[in-house]
Design a protein around this ligand. Structure first.
Ligand SMILES: *Cc1c(COP(=O)(O)O)cnc(C)c1O
Length: 373
């Protein structure tokens, strides 16, 4: 069986370091906000080049903390891509604000900046919701078109949050993912490019005032004193044990992403003529959380791969605007044609850093076999 992620091989590689780190935590006993959490936050900030990295309990919370720090509330609109994991839209809805979806670019599968502008103009014209911000998602690890999205954000005076849950380790025009939004949010869910052994996340910003708010909201709205609450908050801390797991993993992230890139290059050159391959750009270094291609014969390929013991997944089968939970927003089938077309043909195959040459060859051969090529 070839799985989509291989945490076991990575664990064997890092076993000693992870055990040492965890043992230290078990001995000092500071399970909440212990020294490993602070060490990790400093290393994450240094890695991404932002001033503040604030760890938290999940990627979903990281997005919510960013929105809460901007004071997002009912009556406001926050714009995001129609093709993402539901957590992105869920975080917006949890603030009381209106999630407004945007169709994707047919090549990158990320939010289409022209469509973003069109949706913002539509909301302004309708006059029911006040446009407040944008969450750009780096789907599959590929940074969205930040230059174009930032221009739209500035034109309409909106904040820009980067959902870097799938892209930690990616680079956009010399800048690391985690530094591409006014505030960025990532996830340490085990299957993400940088994952821990449970739930975890982090928020990034170079804005001192926002960082202070985010830290406070993460700790029950704490003020200067531990038992003074200055705003409504939540309990969203990263466990010290999870920080202990992440520290050795952060050290090898770059080399892991390099391997994912090599595999993606092999896939692209072998599959270019038989499926619609994902784009590779010279100025954008993808984290390859997933390698996803499109084919009208997606289901045939998928069934064949299952028979051969090769894992694959459809990310995502339902666009945000057609999710039952968002039915009340009034969207209909046909509203976002590019996303709707994409979810019918997309498939993600294993691209984790521990695939052998033989496994890569096997996966390619079986995809071509399924297509009779
Ligand atoms: C995984 C993911 C999240 C949520 O992260 P969790 O840590 O699982 O809460 C948010 N956005 C995207 C795009 C994701 O892939």
């Amino acid at each position: 069986m070839i799985s989509l992620v291989d945490l076991k091989t990575q664990y064997q590689l890092l076993k000693e370091k992870i055990h040492d780190r965890m043992e230290k935590v078990l001995n000092h006993g500071q399970f909440i906000m212990g020294p490993e959490v602070l060490e990790l936050e400093q290393k994450l900030a240094a890695y991404t080049g932002v001033k503040h990295a604030i760890s938290c309990a999940s990627g979903t919370d990281a997005l919510f903390l960013a929105l809460a720090a901007y004071g997002v509330r009912g009556g406001q609109a926050v714009f995001t891509t129609d093709l993402t994991f539901v957590a992105t839209a869920e975080a917006i809805a949890r603030t009381g604000a209106r999630p407004v979806f945007v169709d994707i670019d047919p090549v990158t599968k990320n939010m289409n900046p022209q469509e973003l502008d069109r949706q913002i103009c539509r909301i302004i014209k309708e006059g029911k919701f006040e446009p407040k911000g944008i969450i750009a998602v780096n789907l599959f690890g590929l940074p969205a078109d930040y230059d174009a999205i930032r221009a739209v954000a500035e034109k309409h005076h909106l904040f820009l949050i980067e959902d870097a849950a799938q892209s930690f380790g990616a680079v956009y025009k010399g800048r690391k993912s985690g530094s591409l939004g006014d505030v960025s949010a990532t996830s340490f869910f085990p299957g993400k490019p940088l994952g821990c052994y449970g739930d975890g996340g982090a928020v990034f910003t170079s804005d001192d005032a926002l960082a202070e708010k985010i830290s406070s909201i993460r700790l029950h709205g704490q003020g200067r004193d531990k038992y003074e609450a200055v705003r409504e908050g939540l309990n969203s801390r990263l466990d010290t044990l999870q920080a202990a797991v992440l520290l050795p993993k952060l050290d090898i992230l770059c080399s892991e992403i390099e391997k994912r890139n090599q595999t993606a290059l092999l896939y692209n050159s072998a599959l270019a003529k038989v499926v619609e391959i994902p784009p590779i750009f010279s100025e954008i270094h993808c984290a390859w959380a997933q390698y996803s291609f499109c084919s009208p014969k997606r289901d045939v390929i998928r069934d064949h791969l299952i028979r051969k013991g090769i894992s694959s997944v459809v990310y995502y089968p339902i666009p945000m605007h057609l999710q039952p939970v968002f039915l009340n927003l009034g969207y209909r089938a046909g509203d976002f044609p590019v996303t709707e077309q994409t979810v019918k043909s997309i498939l993600s195959i294993p691209v984790h850093p521990y695939l052998s040459k033989e496994e890569i060859r096997f996966i390619l051969d079986e995809i071509k076999f399924a297509l009779n090529e």
